[in-house]
Design a binder for this molecule. Structure first.
Ligand SMILES: Nc1ncnc2c1ncn2[C@@H]1O[C@H](COP(=O)(O)OP(=O)(O)OP(=O)(O)O)[C@@H](O)[C@H]1O
Ligand SMILES: C=C(C)CCOP(=O)(O)O
Length: 266
């Protein structure tokens, strides 16, 4: 089984406190992944992580989401890069401490874009790492763009172009919400299943993040995941909370959890 797993910034950082990682949560998740990894030799994981109160805070202050031009903005671009990579370093430390064979393949060094569309990405290292039983890590990062100067790709933006080559069976997005709320921000009812047809037929309240965030929060996540299942109907997407112990391993083992996005009902 090949899985793309995103650890959302809302889970691995305190998104309301600048530059604050939740090390205890990251450590517990690393142990859960390690447990699944040891039990299932066929499990292949592309691990992605969001930027939470690291990259998003830097990007909000410096305005780097869609365009970089002036010398000042380029210095801002570097600051967002530094923030995103600082969080990646913490992830690497905790995953390595759990004996997971992680290898970080930073998108800023591998991807180039043109008018926000990925133009070039040498994905062979990711493919080769997966085939040789390593766990490649990618993360929301700054990207050099031939037209816009610099932009930011979220982890979900990065997952999308990798689908045709890597063909995962599942895309798991773990955050702090138990799923997609039908009645956000009242938050009394999680939507169990979203299909392209059900999404088109309902007017759901799916919005951006309540915290500082430059990549569109839940609204962008759901839209990108609908694109995912429309293009690759065999993929199952789950959006769920990784807050409770055992939820990441349950999702990795294929349990139905949170909100499922699929072309048809299960
Ligand atoms: N209908 C909804 N259901 C759930 N969350 C919603 C909804 N509408 C808006 N949101 C907001 O979107 C947030 C989730 O998106 P966010 O981008 O913060 O997740 P993440 O991927 O964990 O973070 P990051 O982008 O830092 O990696 C929720 O915490 C909430 O504030
Ligand atoms: C803000 C930066 C650098 C990346 C955002 O990626 P995301 O947290 O996956 O949305």
């Amino acid at each position: 089984m090949r899985v793309f797993l995103k650890l959302g910034g809302s889970l691995i950082t305190d998104k309301d406190q600048p530059y604050t990682a939740r090390r205890d949560v990251i450590r517990r998740i690393a142990a859960e992944i390690a447990n699944c990894w040891q039990k299932d030799p066929d499990l292949q994981i592309l691990l992605g992580h969001g930027s939470g109160s690291f990259g998003h805070y830097a990007a909000k202050d410096l305005g780097t989401r869609d365009h970089v031009d002036s010398p000042q903005e380029w210095l801002g671009f570097q600051k967002v890069w530094a923030a995103a990579h600082a969080l990646n370093q913490i992830l690497l430390e905790e995953m390595s401490a759990a004996n997971l064979p992680v290898i970080s393949l930073p998108p800023s060094a591998a991807v180039s874009a043109q008018a926000r569309k990925p133009r070039q990405w040498s994905t062979y290292p990711i493919q080769s790492a997966l085939e040789h039983n390593l766990i490649p890590i990618i993360f929301g990062d700054v990207i050099f763009d031939e037209e816009m100067g610099g932009i930011i790709y979220s982890t979900e933006d990065l997952f999308l172009p990798l689908l045709p080559m890597l063909q995962p069976q599942m895309v798991l997005l773990a955050g702090k919400e138990p799923g997609v709320w039908a009645d956000y921000p009242k938050n009394t009812r999680v939507i169990p299943l979203i299909t392209p047809a059900s999404y088109a037929a309902t007017s759901l309240t799916i919005q951006s993040s309540a915290s500082i965030d430059v990549t569109g929060g839940m609204a962008a996540k759901v839209q990108l995941m609908l694109q995912t299942v429309q293009a690759y109907p065999e993929i199952t997407v789950r959006i769920f909370s990784g807050e409770e112990s055992g939820t990441i391993s349950a999702a990795l083992q294929g349990e139905i959890i949170g909100t499922t996005i699929k072309t048809k009902s299960e």
